[in-house]
Structure formats: structure tokens, C-alpha cells
Design a binder for this molecule. Sequence first.
Ligand code: DLZ
Length: 167
Amino acid sequence: MSSADKNLSVFTTNGLPDISAKKFAIIVAEWNSEVTEKLFEGAYQTLTQYGASSENIERGNVPGSFELTLGAQWFAERADIDAVIALGVVIQGETKHNDYINHAVAQGITNVSLKTGKPVIFGVLTPNNMEQALDRAGGIHGNKGDEAAMTAIKMLGLQEMVLKGQV
Ligand code: DLZ
């Protein structure tokens, strides 16, 4: 299902873990900041709505999406951080740069997650134009930031169950 058919802010919420003591880092790309700020607001609001304490949410900015990977790694390597959410917008079609950036970030985020054993969430929009981006940043298709935060919460829940042998 493409995100055009799905509202990114609608998800199942049964069996979510207690995240009141979990610590999150949100990395935000400054490129296309009119969109990434909305992604941040969505992610922050979703984390607090489902039980995260605002003192347990840190934010780091990086210049563009390409730098999300290293920013995510610096946070994920910290012992006190439980999950990292990387937020960016790479508009396809504006430049061939998008192919390189998207692939590098997707691969890089996966690598950081596997290397650290922590959820590192790919909250990067790859729309064709700014209108599609805004539709997915609190517009008609919901907010990718909400979805990324909920993904982090669900992965922490799964991690807890796996560690306790409850799956
Ligand atoms: C260079 C570049 C371009 C062309 N497009 C985007 C974009 O759509 N979204 C984004 O987050 N960043 C873009 N960047 C910046 C790169 O991610 C990176 O910051 C620079 O290449 C570093 O010099």
C-alpha cells in the first residue's frame, strides 16, 4: 500500500509498551525545514501522547538528510538512548541527488540499527514534489512523523517481549 492510500497517523495501538522511562532521540534534517519541522512536531506529539516524558526526548539537527545516518549513530551509541527517529524530506525529481541521498540514508539507517541493536527509524519522506510532502506532514495523508514515532514505540515493545522470551 502506498502512503497515498494510507493515513500515516492512523495505526493500531493495542499492546503498546510502557515507554515512560524510555529515552528517545529525534534527528531532524534542516533541508526542507518547512516540512521537517512538521514531522518533528508529529513525532514529538505522538511520543508524549503514548507515554514518553518530554525530558526523555532529545533533538538533534543535521544539515540535510544525507547527514541523518551519522547523527543517528552518535545518538544510538549512547547507552542511555533507547530509540532514534530520523526525519527528513528528499524531494524526487528536483535533482539526481535524491537517488544517492535516499539509498545512502536507507542503507545507513539500517546499518546503524543493526550495529547498535536499537530501533533507528527511517522517517524520511521521498515525495515527487512539495505538495505531496506537505500532504504527508500533517496534511491529508497524515504525518510521517507520527508513524515514525509509533514505529519506534512498537519496536521497543517487540524488543522487550523478545528479551523476556514472551514471543
Ligand atoms: C544537496 C541536497 C539536495 C539536492 N536535496 C536535498 C533534499 O531534497 N533533502 C535533503 O534532506 N537534503 C538535500 N540535500 C542536502 C544533502 O542531504 C546534504 O546535506 C548535502 O549534500 C551535504 O553537502
